[in-house]
Design a protein around this ligand. Structure first.
Ligand SMILES: C[S@@+](CC[C@H](N)C(=O)[O-])C[C@H]1O[C@@H](n2cnc3c(N)ncnc32)[C@H](O)[C@@H]1O
Length: 378
């Protein structure tokens, strides 16, 4: 550490070992502490690589292969043999990759037998696991998103609306329409979020009550229909319409009490008892939200006749004692600003939107992890 002739520490160039020693004495308790700080910051600064390694493991199919394996663990040689696209010359890299992911808590290493199994966190990377986080990771690690994050400072210095626009020259929705591979990753992300939510939404009594007396519901911006399908199954006499832009609806056909309708929510929304907006309003500016909520109001009956809009979105709560939740909300807010020029909202900001759109009352029913379930009445 001290053998460098010239070292830059926090921007100041120090040429002499004595000067470095003085720096250490002035700023740290000991040289050991400096080394400890170096180790911590190196780990922190390089931690993005872990996500790339998890993405690599998913793309190679490792979590799925371990999940399907019948024995308690799979030997390294069996695992390598099961990777269909691996170039044999790269096989020695697999234990290196696995070592990193064992330390990240995704896989167990079984020393006796030189093998691997999935941990409970690793299970969340398995395709079709009901609580899978795989599509979240594949979305945030996709080159389209990495390029967006790399464009934040350019965006701050230009006059384009978002970092996404800066990187790709169009909005996320237009990009998804033109690039079906990325569009499908986005739709999978939303579907997996819905699968995770359903376990709460349709089990807890206070959430179930929100849908109980309805005869019809439009899930506006309902994506590929994962949430609406679960609601339709749970309430067989409730007619559910999934409404989204034409390229998302595609040629999807409904069955039973579920229907798909393509259109633009800013033009006209099908009529129903109630409208569901899950992860919609946080994608839009205040003015767009007011316009959209007014459109919703035109499509539902009066409050007396049971009309309502059901919103699932974040209510920012910086005072929560759950630090992880606060950070996750801040990160989501950051993401909305750089992708859509929109934001997450506090209770006061939500209230203003509802009043500006002409709604008379609202109720925050409950919180669902990051998000909250809100009802608003005409
Ligand atoms: C963040 S996703 C939410 C999807 C779904 N509600 C969910 O939570 O799983 C936003 C959805 O709004 C849809 N959308 C965007 N612009 C729209 C428009 N003008 N009219 C209808 N849907 C739109 C997108 O295609 C996308 O499916």
């Amino acid at each position: 550490m001290f053998c460098y002739k010239s070292v830059t520490i926090y921007g100041s160039k120090l040429n002499q070992i004595d000067t470095i020693k003085q720096y250490v004495v002035a700023n740290m308790q000991s040289a050991d502490q400096l080394l400890q700080v170096e180790a911590q910051t190196s780990e922190y600064i390089s931690s993005w690589m872990r996500l790339s390694c998890i993405k690599c493991a998913i793309e190679l199919g490792i979590p799925d292969i371990l999940h399907k394996h019948a024995n308690p663990f799979m030997t390294l040689s069996d695992l390598i043999a099961a990777l269909p696209n691996l170039n044999p010359s790269k096989a020695p890299f697999i234990p290196i990759l696995m070592r990193l992911l064992v330390h990240s808590g995704l896989f167990n290493y079984h020393q006796q037998g030189d093998g691997y199994s999935l941990t409970s966190d690793g299970r969340l990377l398995v395709e079709n696991d009901p609580f899978s986080r795989r599509s979240h990771l594949l979305f945030t690690q996709h080159p389209v998103m990495l390029n967006t994050f790399a464009s934040i400072s350019d965006w701050l210095c230009n006059d384009l609306p978002t970092a996404f626009d800066t990187a790709h020259g169009k909005s996320l929705w237009d990009y998804c329409a033109g690039e079906p591979e990325f569009g499908n990753i986005f739709n999978d992300l939303m579907a997996s979020d819905s699968r995770l939510l359903v376990s709460n939404l349709l089990i807890s009594d206070c959430c179930k009550r929100v849908f109980e007396d309805l005869t019809s519901l439009v899930d506006v911006g309902g994506g590929t229909g994962t949430l609406a399908m679960s609601i339709a199954n749970a309430f067989p006499s409730l007619k559910c319409i999934v409404f989204d832009i034409p390229h998302v609806i595609g040629d999807r056909k409904g069955t039973g009490n579920m229907e798909f309708v393509a259109g633009n929510m800013f033009d006209k929304i099908p009529h129903a008892n109630a409208i569901l907006l899950k992860w919609i309003l946080h994608n839009w500016s205040d003015q767009d939200c007011v316009n959209l909520l007014k459109k919703c109001k035109e499509s539902i009956p009066s409050k007396e006749k049971g009309g309502k809009v059901i919103i699932i979105d974040i209510v920012m709560n910086d005072n929560s004692s759950n630090e992880q939740l606060v950070q996750a909300q801040h990160l989501m807010d950051f993401m909305m600003r750089i992708i859509h020029a929109s934001k997450e909202r506090t209770k006061k900001e939500w209230e203003k939107l509802f009043l500006d759109a002409g709604f008379s009352a609202y109720k925050i029913i409950t919180s669902l992890g990051l998000r909250s379930l809100i009802e608003i009445y005409p």
